[in-house]
Ligand binder design. Structure first.
Ligand code: FPP
Length: 242
């Protein structure tokens, strides 16, 4: 376990370097209020800012957020269009501020399928923020863990890698991004599923789920997850420490 880390409110044994978040429950949050589902997604976007800021305060260095999965294309066309528009609008409205605040934006996922204009906006957000180092916000958009593994495998074959040379380390280098594996996966909205999120990288991640819907997952909820994380002993398949 790492040294004592002092956050604004609590002292933790260790703080995760990288957290993956499955932001579930936006639709139910909206339904509870008699609002359209897209209003829930908008509230979900607003919440990203809150959690990002608290993450900077406690010293988390990477957040990967599951914003649109390869399976989400099967949602009603209006919702799919709405989610695409929301990402474009969010980049348009927030990029300067994110950049000023030292946020590095990354994208994980397939570009194919995303319209040209949005692709350009995503590339620009990544380019403009590339040298920032306060925190990395990795947006998993048109992302699927199986698709990522398939895409990596295709490129390994194309590169003519000898099967005897293929190691886990080498395979990892063919994934979309070169980031340390997530230490913890948080899922809001009450389900106990990974839903094709970071399935290679999360092999040893601590899993945390809460019934709280994503738009209601505030700073106090993040701290609950951090308390739980710092209580767990991460063994990576080894025996407990004496
Ligand atoms: C699940 O809620 C959430 C999503 C499908 C995506 C989350 C998307 C955002 C927060 C907005 C888009 C992201 C960016 C960065 C602009 P759900 O709709 O499955 O909720 P439900 O289970 O209650 O129906």
């Amino acid at each position: 376990m790492g040294s004592q880390v002092n956050s604004s409110q609590t002292t933790y044994q260790s703080i995760p370097y990288h957290i993956g978040i499955i932001m579930d429950g936006n639709g139910r949050w909206a339904q509870q209020r008699g609002l359209p589902r897209l209003a829930g997604h908008q509230a979900g976007v607003d919440n990203i800012k809150r959690i990002l800021e608290e993450s900077v305060r406690v010293g988390i260095k990477v957040l990967t957020i599951y914003a649109f999965s390869t399976e989400n294309w099967q949602r009603p066309p209006d919702e799919v269009r709405g989610l695409m528009r929301l990402l474009g609008l969010t980049i348009q409205r927030q990029l300067n501020q994110l950049n000023r605040n030292g946020v590095r934006i990354l994208h994980s996922g397939r570009m194919e399928g995303i319209n040209e204009h949005l692709q350009k906006q995503i590339r620009r957000a990544v380019e403009v923020t590339r040298d920032n180092d306060r925190i990395t916000l990795n947006v998993a958009f048109n992302y699927g863990g199986r698709a990522e593994i398939l895409d990596a495998t295709r490129r390994i074959i194309q590169d003519g890698i000898d099967p005897d040379d293929l190691t886990e380390e080498l395979f990892s280098q063919y994934l979309y991004l070169d980031l340390p594996d997530p230490d913890m996966i948080i899922r809001t909205g009450g389900e106990w599923r990974l839903s094709n999120f970071l399935i290679w990288q999360a092999a040893y991640a601590e899993y945390y789920t809460t019934p709280t819907y994503w738009p209601d997952f505030d700073e106090a909820e993040l701290h609950k997850a951090l308390v739980e994380y710092s209580r767990r002993e991460r063994r990576f398949g080894r025996v407990p420490n004496p």
